[in-house]
Design a protein around this ligand. Structure first.
Ligand SMILES: [Fe+2]
Ligand SMILES: [Fe+2]
Length: 155
């Protein structure tokens, strides 16, 4: 009888996806962290932005830790193979990039959650991260709305 869902994920593919996600999480850790300090220096009243970006960076670090835990539970050595993301000096452009990255994170975690029915512990951890990423998307959208429609100045 034909199944109407994708087959469960193989261990090899799961490992590759977890390693790719680990790289992505670390890129986000550093992006949010660098931009937090950059925007704090450049913008008057940038403390709130600095605080929000710092919180986002901390959450991405927790995600990376959880992915490392999953890889270790498979008796694998996590690989910290990530690129240094390009720094963007504009708050607006940076937020737009984060919007795209959070969308992409949601897409990948959602897909992985759907494929890990045979890995219930993994699915639970990935669902938790997915909920955080959805929340990040809301936060980033809120910050973009807070910038308004202007295009001048240090933003
Ligand atoms: Fe994340
Ligand atoms: Fe995120």
């Amino acid at each position: 009888m034909a199944r109407d869902r994708k087959p469960w994920i193989s261990k090899d593919r799961l490992v590759r996806r977890l390693q790719d996600l680990l790289a992505m999480e670390y890129e986000d850790v550093f992006l949010y962290m660098w931009e937090a300090s950059l925007f704090k220096k450049r913008l008057g009243g940038g403390d709130s932005l600095h605080h929000r970006f710092s919180l986002l960076s901390s959450t991405e670090m927790r995600h990376a830790d959880r992915l490392v835990g999953l890889l270790i539970s498979l008796e694998l050595k996590p690989i910290w193979d990530f690129k240094t993301p390009r720094r963007i000096p504009s708050v607006r452009e940076s937020l737009n990039r984060h919007l795209e990255r959070e969308f992409e994170a949601i897409r990948i975690y959602q897909e992985l959650v759907e494929e890990t029915g045979e890995w219930p512990h993994f699915q639970t951890v990935l669902k938790g991260i997915l909920e955080d990423e959805k929340n990040h998307l809301k936060v980033v959208r809120h910050m973009i709305r807070g910038l308004g429609a202007g295009s001048g100045g240090p933003l």
